[in-house]
Design a protein around this ligand. Sequence first.
Ligand code: ATP
Ligand code: MG
Ligand code: FE
Length: 332
Amino acid sequence: CLVLGIETSCDETSAAVVENGHILKSNLISSQMDVHRRFGGVVPEVASRRHVERVTQIIQQALDEAEVRLTDLSAVTVTQGPGLVGALLIGVSAAKALSFAAGLPLVGVHHIAGHIYASHLVEPLQFPLVALVASGGHTELIYMPDHNRFERLGKTRDDAAGEAFDKVARVLDLPYPGGPHIDRLAKEGIATLDLPRAWLEPDSLDFSFSGLKSAVINLLHNTRQRGEELNKADLAASFQDSVVEVLVEKAIRAAKMKGVSELVLAGGVSANSHLRESLTLRCKEEGLHLRVPPLKLCTDNAAMIAAAGTYRFRDGQLAGLNLNAEPNLSLV
Ligand code: ATP
Ligand code: MG
Ligand code: FE
């Protein structure tokens, strides 16, 4: 079955065609990064306007590139939430219009379910699995006993991992989004600075990154007050080490607690080279099979939405034309 995916939850306008839930036929992504960079973050109103300008063309291009007509499709899937409400609404409206005009079933997809399914486009997922989702807005450990079944084991109590990367990058005067810049800078430094790791209660699978962020800001501030300058590369490396160590160890702990041998990395932060290396190494030591999505599928794209949406569609979880954007949609 051929499924169209539409994703507009944040600052990427994307449309894709996926066959049988895992074969990528096309995946068009139009990023607005350049528009938002000068504001140091995504401006919701600007994002919505950009999505309106791009969404119709992107859908057409995705169909053209896949050499698929609307009548070949089995369903239209779209990110329903979470995300920016105005941005989500553009994708949801486009999907509803298409579904109505072409008489196609409509499926609303959770954005984080999409991130987990990014790996499914490379090699089919095996269940049960534990997914570590680390993105700009989420940091969660999810247990999946089967397709389209999600159970949350832990989540961040404050900032998301990507948010911490972006905020620390900002105090280091690096451009937005800061994650990739910290990644690059950290390669030139040594993690010599002593920064906290928020393990929380023993056995807790929750995360917390705001204390680490404050520790970085205080360290910078205090050194500057002494008239000294910190080595930014060392600071980037130390910060990255702290985030990655906690993410990796909690993901391993979650897999052990659930007795699974499959671990899936997901979300924009999974593009981080240190996280990828460190998790690969630890999974090897622990005898876990790790899936890491290719860089292009780590950040927001519609192919992952179409993949996740295919399994909702197969479970008969269809939406009506009253489908609405849900900025705080919950996965479970
Ligand atoms: P959500 O998926 O939670 O709604 P989002 O869609 O904004 O949030 P993604 O697009 O999945 O998030 O990921 C973007 C985040 O990933 C940003 O915070 C960005 O800094 C971070 N990121 C991207 N590449 C890297 C990297 N190499 N190292 C660390 N962080 C990175
Ligand atoms: Mg994004
Ligand atoms: Fe995302």
